[in-house]
Design a protein around this ligand. Structure first.
Ligand SMILES: Cc1cc2nc3c(=O)[nH]c(=O)nc-3n(C[C@H](O)[C@H](O)[C@H](O)COP(=O)(O)OP(=O)(O)OC[C@H]3O[C@@H](n4cnc5c(N)ncnc54)[C@H](O)[C@@H]3O)c2cc1C
Length: 378
């Protein structure tokens, strides 16, 4: 029973960010996590599988409310990362060194110029540069690109380290975390949450519950609606330090293939967007697409053998934006899910919104745009 506290379902970035914020505000928190121990492999679970880009300007082009939330979250990341690093005693490899996005045709260049103009209208830094300027920013880039969009404020962190650090940080913060605790049903009485049932039959009582179960969020019974969140598979490759092209910036194509340097000298290349249900396998076709995209960005990547391959399941909502805040159809039920391609980025700002709502503070006006109620109107 956690009567005056909050039950958080899921210990990925979404649940952990809410839980850490709630603890900061002095609220008791119990996190229920389906994985059996905190050392369980990060594959499938999105947080550990992700590329760790903090790149709202690359990722989001036509949704102003979402880009504003995402940029606010990018600004929160240094403090969030410092907090997790201090609690867990691990460096997370945060670097805000910018991103270059390639244009291989006149049409792509025009689109990058339109993107840059849109970003500048929002007060963000963005500039289209020629190949020589791009090479000065990042040696090794392909001479085939006609132009590059330079986004100096984008960044990245090491998500394998983050995934390992979050459970330790939660425990050090004073939150209680229970592993092997898969929530199968939300229990409701008189239109309000009173607890959850776990696989195996145990019941945990709580009047306030945050559903942050990633791609699995819609699979919990007892929700007052069919939650529009589905898994979208993403595959990743990792190159060893000695073999990897030496990058200091993020580099990307407009079609979603990108390369991410890490502080240990490894380089990641990703990714795919695949509607394969809960199947988190890697495939030769996925790898081939990523490898050819990476080689088109950085020719030295051609022919390099990855040392590791994995896939994860992004929790994508029906309209691609996160689902945040209370469900008007069931008192005590809150969502922190549907973060899609940008969950690492969105974690801190979304966590602060949820914690403010649950702890009675000012959540600001933004969250209403992301309320689950938008799907009733649609
Ligand atoms: C290949 C790939 C690349 C990506 N790259 C980026 C990127 O560069 N930048 C970025 O910002 N985002 C990126 N993302 C997206 C990001 O990883 C996700 O949006 C984010 O991790 C989602 O976090 P989450 O906590 O909602 O879900 P998860 O990390 O999946 O966590 C959900 C947790 O809930 C637990 N759980 C599930 N069901 C239950 C249950 N019934 N009871 C209890 N616990 C349960 C799971 O075990 C899991 O630990 C990428 C994702 C992938 C797959």
């Amino acid at each position: 029973m956690i009567e005056d506290g909050v039950l958080v379902v899921g210990a990925g970035i979404a649940g952990a960010a809410v839980a850490l914020e709630l603890v900061e505000r002095g609220r008791p928190v119990l996190v229920l996590e389906a994985r059996h121990d905190r050392g369980a492999p990060p594959e499938r679970v999105a947080t550990g599988a992700s590329a760790g880009m903090l790149a709202p300007q690359y990722e989001i082009s036509d949704d102003e409310a979402l880009i504003r939330l995402a940029v606010a979250s990018r600004e929160r990341h240094p403090a969030f990362v410092r907090h997790v690093e201090q609690l867990a005693g691990v460096e997370l490899g945060l670097r805000m060194r910018g991103m270059l996005v390639a244009a291989f045709s006149g049409e792509e260049r025009r689109r990058l110029e339109a993107d840059a103009a849109g970003h500048r209208d929002l007060g963000l830094s963005a500039e289209v540069v020629g190949p020589e300027d791009a090479l000065r920013l990042q040696p090794g880039l392909s001479p085939e690109a006609a132009a590059w969009l330079w986004l100096p404020d984008e960044g990245r962190l090491d998500t394998q380290r983050l995934a390992a650090a979050l459970p330790a940080a939660l425990e050090a913060s004073g939150a209680e975390v229970r592993y092997g605790a898969r929530v199968i049903r939300i229990l409701e009485r008189g239109g309000a949450v009173w607890g959850v049932e776990l696989e195996g039959g145990d019941v945990v009582r709580a009047r306030r519950l945050v559903l942050a179960a990633g791609a699995w969020s819609g699979r919990v019974d007892g929700l007052p609606r069919a939650l529009p969140v589905r898994p979208v598979r993403g595959q990743m490759l990792r190159y060893a330090p000695s073999a990897a092209p030496v990058l200091s910036r993020l580099v990307a194509r407009r079609d979603g293939v990108y390369m991410v340097p890490r502080i240990d000298g490894t380089v990641l290349a990703g990714s795919t967007m695949e509607e394969t249900g809960f199947d988190a396998s890697v495939t030769p076709a996925g790898e081939a697409r990523i490898r050819s995209g990476a080689a088109s960005l950085v020719p030295a990547a051609a022919g390099l053998e990855p040392v590791e391959r994995w896939a994860g399941l992004r929790p994508l909502s029906a309209d691609g934006a996160p689902i945040l805040g209370p469900d008007p159809a069931l008192e005590g039920l809150y969502y922190a899910t549907g973060y899609g391609r940008n969950g690492i980025l969105l974690g801190p700002a979304a966590g602060a919104i949820l914690a403010a709502q649950l702890a009675g503070g000012d959540a600001g006006p933004d969250w209403r745009t992301f309320s689950v109620a938008r799907f009733d109107r649609a």
